[in-house]
Design a protein around this ligand. Structure first.
Ligand code: DGL
Length: 268
């Protein structure tokens, strides 16, 4: 049993969708959340840059005596996690494997859609993991870069979101997908709009939920679960304006974020 906190990393605010699931599924755990808000988006950056930023973030989280790291950011999970696992001596769990696994169990016709940032989709990380588990699966990956700003603007249920989703998701519809991985931290917020475009026959897979579930299993296996069943607290750190994070983050988390500290991680 281990009462040290879990470190949760994201490129910004979207990772709060993963944090929310962890808080629900592991309510006794203390958490340290770091959002690299000064350097978001990661989704359009090169692998080298994402690795550099992610490693700096990991070094920061390690100063907080954490017992494991959950990488909420799909782009960092796709581009930098494997490298990090080679370098850092701490359990690191990303969103790709749990999301891919859930997609394989959800699909009946073996035609799976994956949406995410350009970095995530072009890395083929989801596609590779899914294909490993289900070699005959047809996988259609589509980058949807405009979804992130739409959600950050709070427009996820507007006409703008609907028209954008229709344009991005048309190809998935034509391929007759029956399951769709929401492969970016922000996309679960768009599930109602996506459902309006794709219809009820498409099962949406939320890697945020799946990762929290996988995190619980991982901590249990490694005997790292906390003794507490309730009352875990979360400390928030960001690399840019804490006020904006508090405001938008409170909406995503559906609870007040009382205090957020700004840190400088450039030199770590
Ligand atoms: N957190 C990122 C992800 O899940 C989305 C935002 C970004 O591009 O940094 O891929």
């Amino acid at each position: 049993m281990d009462d040290r906190p879990i470190g949760v990393f994201d490129s910004g605010i979207g990772g709060l969708t993963v944090l929310k699931e962890i808080m629900e599924q592991l309510p006794g755990e203390d958490i340290v959340y770091f959002g690299d808000t000064a350097r978001i988006p990661y989704g359009t950056r090169s692998k080298e840059t994402v690795i550099k930023y992610f490693f700096q973030s990991v070094r920061f989280l390690l100063t907080k005596e954490i017992k494991a790291i959950v990488v909420a950011c799909n782009t960092a999970s796709a581009l930098a996690m494997e490298e990090a696992q080679k370098v850092f001596d701490i359990p690191i769990l990303g969103v790709i494997e749990p999301g891919a696994k859930a997609a394989v169990s959800a699909t009946k016709n073996s035609v799976i859609g994956v949406i995410g940032t350009e970095g995530t989709i072009n890395s083929q990380s989801y596609q590779r993991k899914i294909r490993k588990m289900s070699p005959s699966a047809e996988i259609i990956g589509i980058p949807c870069p405009l979804f992130v700003p739409i959600v950050e603007e709070g427009w996820e249920n507007t006409d703008v979101a609907f028209i954008t989703a229709k344009k991005y998701l048309l190809e998935l519809k034509e391929h007759n997908i029956d399951s769709l991985v929401l492969g970016c931290t922000h996309y679960p917020a768009l599930r109602y709009t996506i459902n309006k475009v794709l219809g009820d026959k498409v099962t949406m897979v939320n890697p945020a939920y799946e990762t929290a579930k996988a995190g619980k299993i991982m901590l249990k296996e490694k005997k790292l679960l906390s003794n507490r069943l309730d009352g875990g607290k979360c400390d928030y750190y960001v690399s840019d304006d804490p006020e904006k994070f508090k405001r938008i983050g409170g909406n995503i988390l559906r609870r007040e974020i009382a205090s957020v500290q700004k840190v400088n991680i450039e030199n770590l």
